[in-house]
Write a new protein. Sequence first.
Length: 197
Amino acid sequence: MLHKTVLSTLIAVLFLAALISEPIFAHCDSMEGPVVKASIKALETGNINYVLVWVRAEDEQEIKTMFDKVNSVRTINDEAKELADMYFYETVVRIHRLGEGVGYTGLKPAGYEPKEGIEAADIAIEKNSVDDILQHLEEAKHEEVKHYFDELQSKRNYDVNDLTAGRDYVASYVHFIHYVEALYSGDTKSMEHQHHH
């Protein structure tokens, strides 16, 4: 009986989330974004720290409680696992977005393509090089981009169990992504806001 109630609740929540979703361009809201990837890794390994670095310290308990509940439901059957996992992803992304001061409007599906600047920033991180980004920007911005990138890369290899170092990396990651996004879009107000973060 409890399992049916949990499954019914999960289905209702996911259905409502799908109904109220509206288009946004946030990369962290994507099924292929870093927050969902961290959530998947946490569930696969049983180590919640992979995902805790993406939320504020004051939001940890909500994620820990959800993690425990999701793990107990995942063992029922494949359908329950799929629903529980999706509910966990939705919860983590929602709390991450709220921590950034941004509203949550649902997860973007697999295959979603973020704005050009976001994609360029992610590719730079993956390649460990900002050369492609610099080719698209005026020279006056090169040093600042290199500075933010070097700062980010210097924090990349943190111990997953060191939440302070992990959150420091995530803060630099988010800053770099949004900074490059603003440069590509020409949104100088966002750049000024990011510069003061």
